[in-house]
Design a protein around this ligand. Structure first.
Ligand SMILES: [Zn+2]
Length: 462
């Protein structure tokens, strides 16, 4: 993933003291070097997720059939406050381990459940307990950003837990801009500026954030190259122009946008405005923390849109815009550029940090033949094929098994959280939250006669 997207075959990568020292054929390694045989696999840079609500991994899969409205009601209005610091810890711990296991070496923890500083300490405790690279994006959906960012303990937390930790633990401020003409979020942007930290914001989310928020940010001078706009799905050209002109980037959570309803995944519009893209998977309350899925679904969404729009005009797409190579770029370099860490991460080049993933699975018919490496990563491989993961020069997964990571502890912590939440909510509320009503389907008018075959969806519907 260098600037020319060079693909090398039959090469070695030499890592010394956490850095990539040499890349090339037949390298000489020190006698005590650990050798990993990558024959038959693909060595790629560690993937980078720029937006993941890690605390929500404690509720993995609970919202599988939710819309965004149901998500907002459950977390923002009804039950988000129920989460204790240990529940934030539990979700973050499992999510952090999951990231590593899936070859995601850097993850932005879009942590908007930080109701108190104790919650924030718990979030960082979990991130520090796992040998991955993380960015804490500090947020709190239970208070306005102008409120929580003004509390003295917030700045104290930043100095105490984050400042000076280097590139293993970065920091952002995470909040949304509602478009309120009085722009109350201004005070929070000023705190970010004072601390010298980037802001990440859910922008262009249907029914929640819109062009007014972008315009207010722009008019007040808060749109910078470090700003990450999550989703950016329902904006006008004017907003995209403002994002492009100020050098910001968009974090696409295609699985989420498709399922929850933030808006159609906007790759086709970002391409038109030349806005940089990184990938993310948003939250494991719906989806798993897997950027192979993100790459695949992003390619699918872009191509589906292109075909659909052409067909509506009775035209045929003969050449695709979105390439598998682009998806791999977004899952790696896209993230390192968005986070301002491109001089350290995102590619396997001499001098960069050794965050490296080996995709290899000799037992899988899918890992052979490897003809088109980008296509193979984006559309063939999956998280089960992640054989080895190196982060900052440390082997954290090898031969498909995590190394030196206490998964049992994370599972115990999450089990406690699930038991606690289930008891707090009560069984009826718990079940109701997980099983939203299915709207009635109106059968199509059909001039032909229906047979008695009863294989339709009516059988299982409650
Ligand atoms: Zn989000």
């Amino acid at each position: 993933m260098d600037n020319a997207h060079t693909v090398l075959t039959g090469c070695d990568v030499l890592v010394v003291d956490g850095l990539i020292r040499e890349v090339g054929p037949n390298l000489q390694a020190p006698a005590d070097a650990i050798e990993i045989d990558a024959e038959g696999g693909i060595v790629m840079p560690g993937m980078i997720d720029t937006h993941r609500h890690m605390w929500q991994t404690a509720m993995r899969g609970y919202g599988a059939d939710w819309t965004l409205s149901q998500y907002f009601v459950w977390y923002y209005l009804e039950h988000g406050r129920t989460f204790r610091p240990e529940d934030i810890y539990a979700g973050n711990l499992l999510s952090a381990i999951e990231a590593i296991d899936a070859g995601v070496t850097t993850t932005v923890d879009w942590s908007h459940g930080l109701q108190t500083i104790d919650h924030a300490d718990a979030a960082v405790d979990a991130l520090e307990a796992v040998p991955g690279r993380f960015v804490l994006a500090y947020g709190n959906i239970q208070a306005g950003p102008w409120e929580w960012s003004a509390r003295p303990e917030f700045k104290d937390f930043y100095r105490r837990r984050i400042d000076g930790r280097g590139d293993m633990l970065g920091f952002q401020m995470a909040f949304d801009v509602t478009g309120d003409p009085t722009f109350p979020e201004k005070a929070a942007f000023e705190v970010a500026r004072e601390l010298g930290v980037p802001v990440t914001t859910h922008a262009g989310v249907w029914g929640a954030t819109n062009d007014d928020g972008i315009r207010l940010m722009h008019e007040n001078g808060f749109m910078t190259p470090e700003t990450i706009y999550v989703h950016a799905a329902t904006l006008t050209n004017d907003s995209y122009n403002r994002i492009a002109a100020t050098g910001g980037s968009v974090s696409l959570s295609t699985e989420s946008e498709q399922s929850a309803g933030q808006g159609y995944p906007p790759t086709w519009r970002l391409r038109h405005h030349d806005i940089p893209v990184s990938l993310s998977m948003d939250t494991s309350v719906w989806f798993s923390g897997d950027l192979f899925s993100a790459m695949r679904t992003t390619i699918g969404a872009d191509r589906a849109r292109e075909h659909l729009e052409a067909h509506a005009k009775s035209e045929t797409i003969t050449h695709l815009h979105m390439r598998s190579e682009e998806a791999v770029e977004w899952a790696t370099r896209g993230g390192s550029k968005a986070l301002g860490l491109d001089d350290k991460l995102g590619s396997i080049e001499v001098g960069k940090k050794a965050d490296i993933v080996l995709i290899k699975n000799d037992q899988s018919p899918v890992m052979f033949p490897i003809i088109h490496p980008y296509g193979h990563v984006a559309l063939q491989a999956n998280r089960g094929d992640v054989h080895t993961v190196v982060i900052n020069g440390n082997i954290v997964k090898h031969e498909n098994r995590l190394v030196g990571i206490d998964l049992a502890k994370a599972k115990d912590a999450v089990a406690n959280t699930v038991d606690y939440l289930r008891a707090q909510l009560g069984e009826e509320t718990w079940q109701k939250g997980m099983n939203p009503e299915v709207p009635e389907t109106k059968l199509a008018e059909n001039p032909y006669t229906y047979t008695t075959y009863d294989g339709g969806s009516a059988q299982w519907k409650r």
